[in-house]
Design a protein around this ligand. Structure first.
Ligand code: F6P
Length: 378
């Protein structure tokens, strides 16, 4: 019996980040060079599977894209196959179009889908796997908040951009003797804030996991001024909130699976610090800048390893797994175990302990163990 050439579909879903093209490149090269498989790319995430929008991906298409930011396939964070937005008149209605996705997959003669995305894409994939679609997941996000991998690709590149911004803001903070507040993305997890705050030499770091006490922040600022260091750098996650307070929502994207978009809490902190210390504050919100640009060398290698591993799993006939970095090894975990869950900073996190040892204010009193301040134990 002559065996048929295998055919893989690849898609990129959710918010973009540096390294997506590096995964696509690795998938195409490994599929064609090592296994003689064909690859097609669905456009705009699961939307492409539902609407049957795709393009063939040849080795030529995979050339010259390693260092390119964004995704050559496009992406969408509104394309949940089970709650697919369809414009009716001026209103969106939501339909379960998952079966259409399965029909398109079968008609295209595919053997597997490689879905590159964050928790939204993994949640959609978990549902599609239950309906019989063989999916291998690849974990991406600048937020680094996915379970099942030590790190997601995209995080290191966003961290490099954030650190560069903190470095640049340092000099103007010094010149003007101001408190400079830098707000970074990251949703409900503080990885980007903690790591860029530490890498950029921040004085105060505010993460969503530890609701802040404004008095403790002002004490830290005043104590620096008393030591003659009359400027301070605050690095904070967009999901940070005051003890007993709420996160600041910047917009609701109704037709997105996770409708809430955070942002703007830094303005509240600036007003509070100015009111309580009479020291001038300025705010910089880095926002989508963190998702742009070329991937770092670390992310290029991680993304490449993920893409290669994903194709190995397809070749082994595996399905329902998300690839991950475990130590320095490639591994995989069931997508259903990670879908819809978030990895946040734990009280026992060693990098958090490092920040505390340096005397960095985490928005709470230094006199008590940090565990006492966690919103929830993770
Ligand atoms: O998940 C990545 C992320 O950039 C978050 O850090 C941020 O909260 C969100 O996406 C922004 O989403 P959008 O691109 O819809 O504004």
């Amino acid at each position: 019996m002559v065996s048929r050439t295998k055919r893989i579909g690849v898609l990129t879903g959710g918010g973009d980040c540096p390294g997506l093209n590096a995964v696509i490149r690795a998938v195409v090269k490994t599929a064609q060079n090592e296994y003689d498989m064909d690859v097609i790319g669905f456009l705009d995430g699961y939307e492409g599977l539902i609407e049957n929008q795709y393009r063939e991906l040849s080795l030529k298409d995979a050339s010259g894209i390693l260092a390119l930011g964004g995704t050559i396939l496009g992406t969408s964070n509104r394309a949940d196959p089970f709650r697919f937005p369809v414009l009716q008149g001026e209103e969106y209605i939501y339909l379960d179009r998952s079966s259409q996705g399965i029909r398109n997959y079968e008609a295209l003669g595919l053997d597997a889908i490689i879905a590159i995305g964050g928790d939204g894409t993994m949640a959609a994939s978990a549902g599609m796997i239950e309906k019989g679609l063989p999916v291998i997941g690849v974990p991406k996000t600048i937020d680094n908040d996915l379970l099942g991998t030590d790190v997601t690709f995209g995080f290191d590149s966003a961290l490099a951009t954030a650190t560069d911004a903190v470095d640049k803001i340092h000099t103007t903070a010094q010149s003007h003797h101001r408190v400079m507040i830098i707000e970074v993305m990251g949703r409900y997890a503080g990885w980007l804030a903690l790591y860029s705050g530490l890498a950029g030499g921040g004085d105060i770091i505010l993460v969503p996991e530890i609701p802040y006490d404004i008095e403790a922040i002002c004490d830290a600022v005043k104590s620096r001024n008393a030591q003659g260091k009359n400027f301070s750098i605050v690095v904070m996650g967009e999901g940070a909130r005051q003890m007993g307070g709420e996160m600041v929502v910047s917009r609701i994207v109704a037709n997105s699976p996770d409708a809430i978009r955070l942002g703007g809490i830094s303005h509240q902190v600036a007003a509070q610090i100015e009111g309580l210390t009479n020291i001038e504050c300025r705010v910089t919100i880095l926002g989508h800048l963190l998702r742009g640009g070329s991937p770092t060398a670390y992310d290029r290698i991680l993304a490449t390893r993920f893409g290669v591993e994903a194709v190995h799993l397809v070749a082994q006939g595996k399905s329902g797994q998300m690839v991950g970095l475990h130590g320095n090894q490639m591994g995989s975990v069931p997508i259903e175990d990670v879908a819809g869950k978030q990895r946040k900073i734990a009280a026992a996190n060693p990098v958090l302990a490092t920040a505390r040892s340096l005397g960095i204010c985490m928005g709470v009193s230094m006199e008590h163990p940090i565990e006492e301040f966690f919103a929830e134990q993770v």
